[in-house]
Design a protein around this ligand. Sequence first.
Ligand SMILES: Nc1nc2c(ncn2[C@@H]2O[C@H](COP(=O)(O)OP(=O)(O)O)[C@@H](O)[C@H]2O)c(=O)[nH]1
Ligand SMILES: [Mg+2]
Length: 353
Amino acid sequence: MSLKITMIGVSGTGKSCYLYATYFRMLEGIGGFNFSCKDYNQGLDLQDAWDMMLDEGVWPAGNAESANFDFTCFYRGKSIGDFEWLDYRGGILLEHEDKENDNEVAQFLRRAETSDALLVCLPADRILSARPGEDKKQGNQWRSMAARLQQIVGGVVKRNPSAALIFLITKSDMCKKPDDGRFCVETVKKSFQQYFYGTPEHVMIAVTRMLEKTKTEETGDAQETVKFEQREKIVGTVEPYNVHLPILFPFYLHTVAAAQEFEAKARSARGEERDFSRRASSERAKSWWGKFWTGQYSQYYDDRASDRAKIASNCEQKARELQGVADEIWNELNGRVDIYCRGECVANASGVR
Ligand SMILES: Nc1nc2c(ncn2[C@@H]2O[C@H](COP(=O)(O)OP(=O)(O)O)[C@@H](O)[C@H]2O)c(=O)[nH]1
Ligand SMILES: [Mg+2]
């Protein structure tokens, strides 16, 4: 099993930085969970990009090419599954699909539609520009970004309603005023409202950032940009926040589904066990005359019953283990993100209903 995770968002919305930060944060691990990159060289590249941020204090250069990364997710040192993470070049959102020649856009759309989770990156500064009283032109930029993403999200949801839809509010260190964070979540819910009624089944809103949030100010300007040898210098302290949660969410859904499958198998094995035991008893209850004519098969049925009992208890054990992992993931998520399950809000960290 390898979960497919696809990140979408226009250029400069923080997709690649989010990937580097998550890799770095999850090498060390959080709450018993950790990730590792399957390919040694890819792991080094991710590490180099992150080191550049930490050591040299500059943002990494944008990636001109799309790239797919293979990871394994561990819980307490034991693998709970693999995942593939596609970080594509955001410019693709501006290009046309060419189905006949199966161009990169066509391949990207296909991949998005067969993903287990779609991560939609929405930068806080862009969302905040839609505040009433802000520059009208900038506010329209948010609306046009949201509309462009609607096209893709709508297609994915229609063809694959079981994919988890995750809205990532990136660069949340740019939320300076006390209610900026709340405004971002409210705006995302309003702009993408049709996805919060039950289709797709699972939706998340996660607020993430790469930098430590500076003290709340009454009036704050967007992060200033300082160039450093062609690279943008980081202003602030690098401190990734909430980055692992959107990746753990598809694992949560997958683990709960696997636990339910084992429970169903256990129930059916228990049913068969009861059937065979009943037959063994009726064999034993036969009269000597019945036994004489048709034989006595109680041992045969007893063996079958104990065979089914073993299968059932193995499945019950597996279901308990998986449910235990799912509960641990839930403890990580609950209180830190908003989650909607079949249209109902089941976790609420933002206070936005
Ligand atoms: N303030 C702030 N800026 C960020 C953050 N993440 C990314 N950026 C800025 O956004 C730029 C683009 O990020 P990148 O991850 O390359 O975007 P991508 O094109 O979507 O992959 C970076 O060079 C940074 O200047 C963040 O958490 N906070
Ligand atoms: Mg990028």
